[in-house]
Write a protein that binds this ligand. Structure first.
Ligand code: F6R
Length: 246
């Protein structure tokens, strides 16, 4: 089942998404959080940091498993998702760094890297709550439109549209990695609860397609229609095409 929470703007979306994650941490201090990178969750992480600084949130017993990582980027590369998570969240809260996991982009053997990560997620007990952003083509994690839903952590070739969208973060388009390790659709769907954050008019088309269109691997996020507990927190602009249906 999908519930939609319409918010005024990005700041409002970030507050509400952080409240949902915060409630998870308060109600189960040793929970497993599935986390995402990208630009959309940055405000949510800022609010979570505030919650920690206020004394409202204690992350000391939380475990986190991130969705994805570029293949080949080292941890000190400021475009790696490892770096992103430390910069935006982990270094600013009291989570135990030993309990934070991001797929290891430095492992060259893709099969070994993906197997190892699935084992980490399995051993963690699985995500109590999985935070997701969504790409313009409906990708979740780095699961790109495809002719089947891939279950486990896998190594993907990024589509040109994703490479182009990510190019803004790199010195040049040639520097954008072309492959990534990502949790599979099955690994995402096993989360007990899924929280999707979407913001901006440029996401309005894909929001409609993903949540009201056909369930198809060509729109990977559409599989979420089959999950029993999904909350989509989006601002008015992102919900523009679905406003009369929610
Ligand atoms: C990030 C991730 C991606 C992003 C998606 C949306 O870990 O898995 O699926 O969530 O590309 O990115 P933004 O939020 O930048 O629009």
């Amino acid at each position: 089942m999908i519930r939609f929470i319409k918010t005024k703007d990005y700041a409002d979306m970030s507050r509400k998404a952080a409240n949902i994650i915060g409630a998870q941490v308060v109600s189960k201090p040793n929970c497993v959080l599935g986390l995402a990178t990208g630009s959309t969750p940055i405000g949510t992480y800022e609010r979570l940091v505030e919650g920690y600084e206020n004394g409202d949130l204690d992350f000391s017993k939380v475990t986190s498993v991130n969705l994805d990582e570029y293949r080949g980027l080292t941890h000190d590369n400021d475009q790696s998702y490892y770096w992103f998570m430390n910069h935006h969240l982990f270094s600013k809260i009291n989570i135990d760094k030993n309990n934070t996991y991001v797929p290891d982009g430095t492992i060259e053997d893709a099969e070994a890297a993906c197997k190892q990560y699935d084992e980490i997620v399995r051993k963690s007990g699985g995500q109590d709550l999985q935070l997701l952003g969504m790409g313009h083509n409906g990708h979740i994690g780095f699961n790109e439109p495809c002719d089947k839903f891939v279950k486990d952590t896998n190594c993907v070739n990024l589509t040109q549209s994703t490479i182009d969208a990510n190019a803004r973060f790199f010195a040049s388009k040639e520097d954008v990695p072309t492959q990534a390790y990502t949790m599979g659709i099955g690994t995402i769907m096993q989360a007990k609860k899924v929280l999707v954050v979407v913001s901006g008019a440029d996401k309005a088309d894909i929001v409609e397609k993903a949540f009201f269109g056909d369930i198809t691997p060509q729109v990977p996020a559409s599989i979420l229609q089959l999950h029993e507990d999904v909350v989509v927190v989006g601002d008015e602009a992102a919900f523009a095409k679905i406003a009369d249906r929610i």
